[in-house]
Design a protein around this ligand. Structure first.
Ligand code: ADE
Ligand code: ZN
Length: 349
């Protein structure tokens, strides 16, 4: 197992930030496919795509708005024609995360995006877990899975997905509700989320990314989520902010993703500081990194550059993301110790 190089002789704050230990709470596996890999996959399977080279892919990965992004994401899904590709993209996603000193990843798998295209759930899950085991052997990084039920498919499909998880839930710890937020509110998923909770799954929903505070209210009141993906529009509703705080809900912030789809006009206007001021715990995440031309290091660096976060503040956020992760206490304790030790080493320089 290769360990990260010791953090010494950092020349400036951004070098320290890159070396901070991190935990990623919000990253989509398919959205992590590297452009080179995407081109390799379509060369392998012969699927015709509107991109032929890296420049094409880079242009393709630019979005007018959130629905446009989801269309592009759907085209990327069209490229995944066999479960075997999942092993490679999971492994490469974890390779990139380990390079950012990420110790643990909670990775999002939208199973039905592929089952509806004819792929087998069990085979995909096995491929993902194979990629996860290989990455752990190589870099020591760990990874658990959360299933995105994707709100566009409706609650009946979501209930069916819970059946798949019940039958084969290897390494799956949580459910989520991604997809088109406008037009697909959370309320119809009440029973599905109750059942997921009864199955011992942890509860998250994307909300307040492309829709207003009402979407977050629904996720909290009806679905009883423990964490909110994005949550950007919560900042418009002081009562909602108080509710999020009093319930101890964490906001999984994905700043660059929010900027690229136009949920915030500029990074300086991102509401993450407002959340923290309210006493809400946040994590910092990369969402679909190559599709937004980012990685988790860049997310932390943006907070420093554009919003003035200090290294101490970023250390606090990364520790909080351990506390609010879905890891068992034993692994949380291990990671807490590792993070604090690496923080001390970084401060010593
Ligand atoms: N699927 C992949 N990325 C997503 C995002 N940012 N929001 C909702 N669904 C998604
Ligand atoms: Zn997401």
């Amino acid at each position: 197992m290769n360990t990260p190089e010791p953090a010494k002789n950092h020349t400036n704050t951004e070098e320290i930030i890159k070396k901070l230990p991190k935990l990623e709470q919000h990253i989509h596996i398919v959205g992590s496919t590297k452009p080179e890999t995407l081109l390799g996959i379509i060369e392998d399977n012969g699927v015709e795509m509107p991109f032929k080279n890296l420049d094409d892919v880079k242009k393709f990965f630019q979005y007018g708005d959130f629905p446009h992004f989801l269309n592009v994401y759907s085209t990327v899904n069209d490229c995944i024609t066999e479960p075997k590709y999942y092993e490679r993209i999971t492994y490469e996603m974890l390779e990139s995360e380990a390079a950012c000193n990420v110790k643990h990843v909670e990775a999002i798998f939208s199973a039905n995006d592929h089952v509806r295209r004819g792929l087998d759930y069990d085979e995909m899950l096995d491929a993902i877990n194979k990629g996860i085991r290989r990455a752990k052997r190589k870099w020591g990084i760990t990874c658990t899975i959360r299933i995105d039920l994707v709100r566009n498919y409706g609650p009946e499909v979501a209930a069916k997905e819970l059946g798949w998880i019940k039958k084969k839930g290897d390494n799956i710890v949580a459910v989520d509700l991604g997809g088109s937020e406008n037009g697909f509110p959370p309320e119809p998923y009440e029973k599905v989320y109750k059942k997921a909770s009864d199955l011992g799954l942890r509860l998250v929903a994307h909300a307040g990314e492309d829709a207003g505070p009402e979407s977050i209210w629904g996720a909290i009141k009806t679905l009883n989520v423990e964490r909110i993906g994005h949550g950007v529009t919560a900042i418009k509703d002081p009562t909602l902010l108080k509710e999020i705080k009093s319930r101890g809900i964490t906001i999984e912030a994905c700043p660059t993703s929010n900027l690229r789809i136009g949920a915030v006009k500029s990074m300086k206007e991102h509401p993450i500081r407002g959340f923290i001021k309210q006493g809400i715990r946040v994590s910092v995440n990369s969402d679909d990194p190559p599709m937004f031309n980012t990685d988790i290091n860049n997310e932390y660096i943006q907070l420093h550059r554009e919003l003035g976060f200090t290294v101490d503040e970023l250390m606090g956020i990364s520790l909080d993301s351990v506390e609010t992760s879905f890891l068992p206490e034993k692994r949380k304790n291990e990671l807490r110790e590792t993070f604090l030790r690496e923080h001390r080493e970084l401060k010593r320089g």
